[in-house]
Design a binder for this molecule. Structure first.
Ligand SMILES: Cc1cc2nc3c(=O)[nH]c(=O)nc-3n(C[C@H](O)[C@H](O)[C@H](O)COP(=O)(O)O)c2cc1C
Length: 192
């Protein structure tokens, strides 16, 4: 990739909402490249404080059944349409990858740095998929924060879900989105 293409990607990347994704998703080979890009992030102390759980094919439906069941237990008054929405969550995209934060106790590397690193993992994966022409979206929704849903995901003691990354082809290209004005966020130290 030429340098300018990379800069263009960084300056124009957009998320595609998962409900607007369609088949085909990334191939197995492309998926592995996305994972490799994810794992190649700044990582103080080479701790690699993350791991990935992949949802493809029927696994999306099977997991959705469990999410819907948890949801229904917590929201017994939810109507059938809403429960079905929970069942179908992971079916919105052909490929879903949960990124798990696995912070370790370390005498020199604080938790904060390990959390920042897993955020970079997610962003690298979004960028890699975007470079391949796929739509991608980082979602947490309710199930990334729910203990029962995290048990379904197989989270171990001390792990947290950084997000579910959804990947698929685009039905439509996303439009622009307002961004924070840089001049409001940038200052030059020493100048008032
Ligand atoms: C950690 C994290 C969690 C997010 N979770 C959600 C979510 O649950 N629902 C949602 O609509 N957007 C969520 N987003 C925002 C989208 O991923 C996306 O960034 C947003 O739609 C803006 O699009 P853009 O990436 O093109 O700027 C989340 C973003 C981050 C960084």
């Amino acid at each position: 990739m030429a340098l300018q293409d990379m800069i263009d990607l960084l300056l124009t990347r957009r998320s595609l909402v998962a409900r607007d994704m369609c088949e085909p998703g990334p191939s197995a080979q492309e998926r592995d490249v996305i994972l490799q890009a994810g794992a190649r992030v700044p990582d103080h102390g080479k701790l690699g404080p993350w791991r990935f759980v992949i949802f493809e094919g029927d696994a999306r439906q099977k997991c959705g059944e469990q999410l819907a069941s948890i949801f229904q237990d917590q929201e017994p008054d939810a109507d059938a349409e809403r429960v079905q929405m929970e069942r179908d969550r992971l079916l919105r995209a052909p490929l879903v990858i949960a990124v798990i934060s696995c912070v370790v106790d370390h005498p020199k590397i604080p938790e904060w740095e390990q959390l920042l690193s897993v955020g970079a993992v997610c962003q690298n994966m979004l960028l890699a998929a975007s470079a391949m022409g796929y739509g991608a979206q980082w979602l947490t929704e309710w199930y990334a924060f729910d203990d029962e849903a995290n048990a379904v995901l197989g989270l171990r003691e001390g792990e947290r879900t950084a997000g579910y990354l959804y990947f698929g082809s685009m039905t439509d290209k996303p439009g622009e989105r307002a961004r924070p004005a840089l001049e409001e966020r940038v200052s030059f130290w020493g100048q008032s």
